[in-house]
Every structure is written in C-alpha cells, then in structure tokens.
Write a protein that binds this ligand. Structure first.
Ligand code: 13P
Length: 249
C-alpha cells in the first residue's frame, strides 16, 4: 500500500513573513491528516522560516532545485548538503519550468537526483509532455524518453528512494487539469517503464504524483485512480485553506 503524498510547489511566490503566516493557518487544518505525507517546497530564502514553522508537525519542507556539486565556485547555486543542513527532507528535480526556462535536461536531472540521494534528501523527479507532444500523439514516447534519459540511470537502491511526479506541461497553471483517466494512463506508462528497468516490486512501491491544476474540487477524482499516489500542487498550495482541502481529499 503506497502512502499518499501531497506536496506544494510554491515556485517564486511568498516572502518569509507570508511563509510563517501560511503555516499558522495551515498546520491546524492538517493536524489530523495522518492518511498522507505532506510537504511544502518554498523558495530557497524562505526555507529557514518554513522549517521553523513546521517544527513538531508532520509537514516536511523541500527545495525546488539544487546543483549537483557539493560546494565550489558555482555562483548562484545551492547544493544538496546545504538543503539538508537547513532542514529540508525533499527536493523537486527537473520541473518543466526548469527544463523550459533554465536549460534542464534529462542528463542534469539524473546528476541532481543522485546528488540529492547522496545528501539524504528525497527527490521528487518531474516528467511530463508538452501540449504539442500530446497533440502529436507522442505522450508515451516523451515519457519513455525522459525516463530513460534520467531516472533509468539510477541504481535499484537509489530508485527505491525517489518519488516521481507526472506533470503534463499543458496542465500547469492553465486551469486545464488532465482527466483522471488521462493522468492514470500516463502513470501506467511510467510504472511500466519502472517495472522494465527496476522490477515488479519497485513498480509497485514507487509513488507517482500527478501535477497540473490540482485543486480541492478535482483532487478527489484524481485520487480515486489507483495509479495516482498524490499530487504536486502549484497555485492551490499557496492558500492554506485550499491546500488543506487538497491534503484532506
Ligand atoms: P499548478 O498547480 O499551478 O498548475 O502547478 C503545477 C505545478 O507545476 C506543480 O509543480
């Protein structure tokens, strides 16, 4: 049985004061939500405020990116051990916005995933097709390519510690949610790749989250799919009531 996992990706939103205010409202709303794991991934500068706010609660904190070297002359970058030291449990890797705007590739996704695991972080590794891919009937091919170019490079032991997020790019921030059936289809494609590469037990165990316009009013339908193990939530995670509505689906 896979424990559901609801993670909020705050992208480039909120100040430290807004981060603290969010958790004051949010934590009481999820205090009894023992049915699932919960995480928030704020901007780097707000991680300390978030870590302080969630102390003693069940909510974990994650980064939104990292650089694979442990330290060095890499101006503007942040390493996995630094995220771990500041109190992170998770890190998002290969988000489509990183791929689209910051040159992330399947190869860098693999390097970053390995670095995260070496530091003891749980990577949430993102894959997903563009609208043009879906319209051309290439969704499956793109997912397989991203899997093979990135995740497939892990060892079995490494793979056992990651979470995968399927985020169709056309559904991110657009209000266009994939139907539960579409999402489940994509998750089956990914899980089949996992089975091929890492075996049936690994395929059964890995959590695959859906991301793309998840809201309190559509999460129930998505979570009714046995294939969908949770959500990676952007916009709806910025508001305490709305993210609590997702967590308490
Ligand atoms: P939205 O929920 O705002 O569509 O964003 C999804 C996402 O990109 C989460 O990583």
């Amino acid at each position: 049985m896979r424990t559901p996992f609801m993670a909020g990706n705050w992208k480039m939103y909120k100040t430290a004061a807004e981060t603290t205010a969010f958790f004051e409202k949010f934590l009481p709303l999820v205090a009894n939500s023992s049915h699932c794991d919960v995480a928030i991934c704020p901007t780097f500068v707000n991680i300390p405020a978030a870590v302080a706010a969630v102390a003693g609660s069940k909510v974990g904190i994650g980064g939104q990116n990292l650089y694979w070297a442990k330290e060095g002359a890499f101006t503007g970058e942040i390493s996995a051990p630094m995220l771990k030291a500041v109190g992170c449990q998770y890190v998002i890797i290969g988000h489509s916005e990183r791929r689209q705007f910051f040159g992330e590739t399947d190869a860098t996704v693999l390097k970053k995933t390995v670095a995260a695991l070496e530091a003891g972080l749980t990577p949430i590794v993102c894959v997903g097709e563009l609208l043009a891919d879906r319209e051309a009937g290439n969704t499956e091919a793109v997912l397989v390519e991203q899997f093979n170019g990135g995740i497939a490079g892990l060892s079995e032991t490494q793979f056992a510690q990651i979470v995968i997020a399927y985020e169709p790019v056309w559904a991110i921030g657009t209000g266009k949610v994939a139907t539960p059936d579409m999402a489940a289809d994509a998750h089956r494609t990914i899980r089949a790749q996992v089975e091929k590469k890492f075996g049936a037990d690994a395929a059964k165990a890995v959590r695959i989250l859906y991301g793309g316009s998840v809201k309190p009013d559509n999460v129930k339908g998505l979570m009714a799919q046995i294939e969908i193990d949770g959500a990676l939530v952007g916009g709806a995670s910025l508001d305490a009531n709305s993210f609590a509505g997702v967590v308490n689906f």
